[in-house]
Design a protein around this ligand. Structure first.
Ligand SMILES: CCCCCCCCCCCCCC(=O)CSCCNC(=O)CCNC(=O)[C@H](O)C(C)(C)COP(=O)(O)OP(=O)(O)OC[C@H]1O[C@@H](n2cnc3c(N)ncnc32)[C@H](O)[C@@H]1OP(=O)(O)O
Ligand SMILES: CCOC(=O)c1cnc2ccc(OC)cc2c1SCCC#N
Length: 389
């Protein structure tokens, strides 16, 4: 069978695509908590479940090392994501998080961490419904344990633990096609250090282009051009929350951020997330906002370079400054911070600036999924207001 596991799950099935008789919303009703399986699913005998305490430096380090060696690689095995320990601790401990949703699999004898999957709670709005969901991420099975059907067991276990907290929906992304994407996005890349990207083999010199001509093509001013452009501070949380909630209301699927969420997800955190805003010099009103997160990648099989420093566009709101100018200022500060590349998905209004700011389309796609929630028709990326880490 094509998807032996996913065809058993309450997700949109390929055979249902286009069936307009199916209503939008939950696919299955909640189960009474007394009927949720109280004990963990069975693992193959050499392995055991382990709840990972991400407040523990040692455990954080084990998770970091597992992911550094076994997490997502691009199709050409040129890069592998290398989420930092600080990033993982931040990404997994938002307001209201559950430690029990940070799930590891260890070898019983050696106690070695060999697999991982996580959930964090989030309020996600789908059209007019705000739904409590789990955002599932960092699913990883050690390279030596692949293709043993471990992933379905891990997915069922995180599902069980989410159900125990009376949450029945989830959101997740993947580079692979599963039943059934709610939308499919394209990655775009803006070179900040074109020489390095050419040296590692990601980019190629354009026809009739010299290296110095290419460096000049991607050159940026030394500092942002927008008057009042500054780093976000704690005192800005209420205004940024208002700005962001209003902006995100236009999208079909978007997070329902409150001030605590904004303080966690968008306040600058060194080497993890950067956020800037425009405070009008005249009125002191906060009119615009931009942010990006730091996700390095290991460069596989290159003698000269070991790490790619990549910035990923996060949430951006332009109400007075043109979005093009705001994002160019984001590129300028990312270059100042020595990032090699600035990546963005074609979600929200990003399409309006990608080509003009010299982003090039990537060859990877990112599929978005909802678990136990049917969307009537597939969304356009521009209808999506959700960025998962
Ligand atoms: C109400 C709460 C609900 C919460 C849960 C919601 C759902 C959350 C879902 C998770 C969201 C994660 C989001 C996330 O973390 C972001 S996507 C990143 C996923 N991780 C990686 O790509 C890291 C490198 N790869 C690996 O570690 C392994 O290849 C993994 C572990 C990916 C699969 O391990 P394996 O050794 O290669 O494979 P088997 O164990 O033999 O299992 C094969 C089965 O797994 C299905 N598969 C493969 N990749 C998948 C993926 N990325 N999502 C979902 N399913 C995936 C595959 O279709 C097949 O099922 P099928 O036979 O039906 O086709
Ligand atoms: C230079 C442009 O490519 C990347 O930044 C990059 C870096 N590391 C990865 C690790 C795993 C990986 O697996 C899909 C992709 C990358 C990519 S391209 C897609 C992410 C973006 N933007």
């Amino acid at each position: 069978k094509r998807h032996a596991f996913w065809e058993t799950q309450p997700v949109g099935q390929f055979k249902d695509v286009g069936d307009s008789s199916l209503r939008e919303g939950p696919i299955e009703p909640p189960t009474p908590l007394s009927e949720v399986k109280p004990e963990p699913y069975n693992l193959p005998s050499p392995y055991e479940w382990a709840t990972c305490d991400m407040e523990s430096e040692e455990t954080c380090n084990e998770v970091y090392t597992l992911l550094m060696n076994n997490y997502v690689e691009d199709d050409e095995n040129m890069f592998r994501f290398n989420y930092s320990k600080e990033f993982l601790s931040w990404a997994l401990r938002p307001p209201g998080y559950f430690k029990s949703w940070h799930i590891g699999v260890r070898a019983k004898v050696s106690k070695k961490l060999v697999a991982f999957i996580t959930g964090i709670p989030a309020r996600i709005r789908v059209r007019d419904e705000v739904v409590k969901m789990a955002e599932i991420n960092f699913l990883c099975v050690h390279k030596k344990l692949r293709s043993k059907r471990l992933a379905p067991v891990m997915i069922k276990e995180v599902t069980r633990r989410v159900h125990l907290e009376n949450i029945w929906q989830a959101a997740y992304t993947a580079g692979v096609v599963l039943p059934t994407p709610i939308t499919t996005c394209q990655y775009w890349h803006r070179s900040l250090n074109p020489k390095k990207l050419i040296d590692v083999g990601f980019s190629r010199l354009g026809a009739r282009m010299t290296m110095s001509r290419t460096v000049k093509l991607y050159k940026l001013p030394d500092s942002p051009v927008t008057p009042g452009f500054r780093k976000m501070e704690l005192r800005d949380v209420p205004a940024v929350t208002r700005l962001l909630r209003n902006y995100l209301s236009q999208f079909v699927v978007a997070p329902d951020f409150d001030e605590d969420d904004v303080q966690h997800w968008l306040l600058p955190f060194e080497s993890v997330v950067d956020s800037y805003l425009v405070e009008s010099p005249e009125t002191h009103e906060i009119t615009d906002f931009c942010s990006f997160y730091t996700l390095p990648s290991s460069i596989l099989g290159n003698q000269t370079y070991s790490t790619l420093k990549a910035a990923y566009s996060y949430y951006n709101v332009a109400t007075k400054t043109p979005l093009l100018q705001l994002m160019n200022d984001a590129l300028i500060v990312a270059k100042q911070k020595d990032f090699d590349v600035f990546n963005a998905l074609d979600v929200m209004e990003n399409e309006s600036f990608l080509k003009e700011l010299k982003f090039g389309p990537g060859d990877g796609q990112l599929h978005y999924y909802l678990y136990n929630y049917r969307i009537r028709n597939e969304l356009k990326p521009s209808e999506l207001g959700l960025v998962l880490l």
